[in-house]
Design a protein around this ligand. Structure first.
Ligand code: XMP
Length: 320
């Protein structure tokens, strides 16, 4: 639309002025729409003087890194560093089951790795990030995950002295729906524009209890089915978020003549405007039935699926 194309032009012009002629800028890519839009605006403004860092923490959904980063690599000539840090994250999370400890470990590890990578670039003067207006007015209270840590720690002086950087936040006056319109203007595909919000700590807070590779694997497979079925039924864009959660318990079932004792998957699908409040989505029962049948038939190790019918408040959207 007219307003969004003028937003893009004006922002690109402002960014060029703010950043200057020689300085380098670094930006963290998460795979979500906000950081992707920030990266593309900066790329338009300063081209290769922008370096994007994507830290793969091993806690992403199935193919998520490949989908978003692969797309950017194919379509834009970005300087893009893809850090494969799965082992570092999962190693430090070993044996940890407390949700806040998980968040802290993931947040600190992210900052450590991001700073390590950023320090390799000469003359970095700015950190670009996808702060939105609601973050600015702090109306969304995240639980202290990395997106918030990274959004705040540079302001509070958490970086080593030699790495003091200025902040570049081109989206700080926008709401989510406006970011989506800018993304359309920039030509991003629907699969990125309408991607559901995904928490910084990723699947770590959806594998309830200890995080292990086999448990992540079960959750990834179940979650993929939820995403597919939501899309196929035309419900993906109608809901705020929809995902699977792996519970830390096993229950009894039957298969043929045998008794099974396997994991439980909870489905969490909610309607919301801003994540402050939410209600569970009244999905058609045949869609729920399809998700349940597919998960139980296709995901080894799961014999039961339940639907979360709690609203927020008092329930939160995530289970941890
Ligand atoms: P809750 O569970 O608090 O979630 O109702 C509200 C929204 O925030 C997301 N969320 C997080 N995002 N780091 C993030 O970056 C976190 O630690 C975190 N915890 C929750 C959640 O997915 C929902 O969109």
């Amino acid at each position: 639309s007219w307003t969004m194309s003028s937003f893009v032009d004006a922002t690109v012009k402002d960014l060029r002025e703010q950043i200057g002629e020689d300085e380098q800028v670094v930006c963290g890519l998460s795979g979500g729409i906000d950081s992707t839009v920030v990266a593309l605006l900066l790329h338009k403004a300063i081209g290769k003087r922008l370096t994007c860092i994507f830290v793969d923490n091993g806690l992403l959904r199935m193919n998520e890194g490949e989908e978003v980063i692969g797309y950017l690599r194919e379509h834009f000539d970005l300087n893009l560093v893809w850090v494969k840090a799965q082992e570092e994250f999962l190693g430090r999370l070993k044996g940890v089951d407390d949700p806040e400890k998980k968040r802290k470990i993931i947040g600190h590890t992210f900052i450590e790795i991001f700073d390590r990578e950023a320090a390799k670039i000469d003359n970095v003067k700015y950190l670009a990030q996808g702060t939105l207006y609601p973050d600015v007015i702090e109306s969304i209270s995240f639980k202290g995950g990395p997106s918030v840590v990274i959004k705040s720690h540079h302001n509070v002086g958490g970086l080593p002295e030699k790495m003091k950087m200025g902040l570049v936040e081109p989206l700080r006056e926008l709401f989510k729906d406006e970011v989506r319109r800018v993304a359309e203007e920039l030509g991003l595909p629907e699969s990125i524009i309408w991607r559901h919000p995904f928490p910084g700590p990723g699947l770590a807070i959806r594998v309830i209890g200890e995080i292990t590779e086999p448990r992540l694997d079960i959750l990834r497979k179940a979650d993929k089915i939820v995403q597919e079925e939501l899309r196929n039924a035309g419900w993906y864009r109608k809901v705020w978020q929809g995902f699977a959660v792996l519970l830390p318990l096993k229950t009894v079932g039957v298969m043929g003549d045998d008794r099974t004792y396997e994991h439980v998957i909870a489905l969490r699908i909610v309607d919301s405007l801003d994540a402050m409040t939410a209600d569970w989505t009244r999905l058609p029962s045949d869609l729920l039935a399809r998700m349940s049948n597919r998960i139980i038939n296709e995901v080894k190790g799961v014999n039961r699926v339940v639907y979360d019918v709690s609203s927020k408040p008092p329930g939160t959207i995530e289970w941890e």
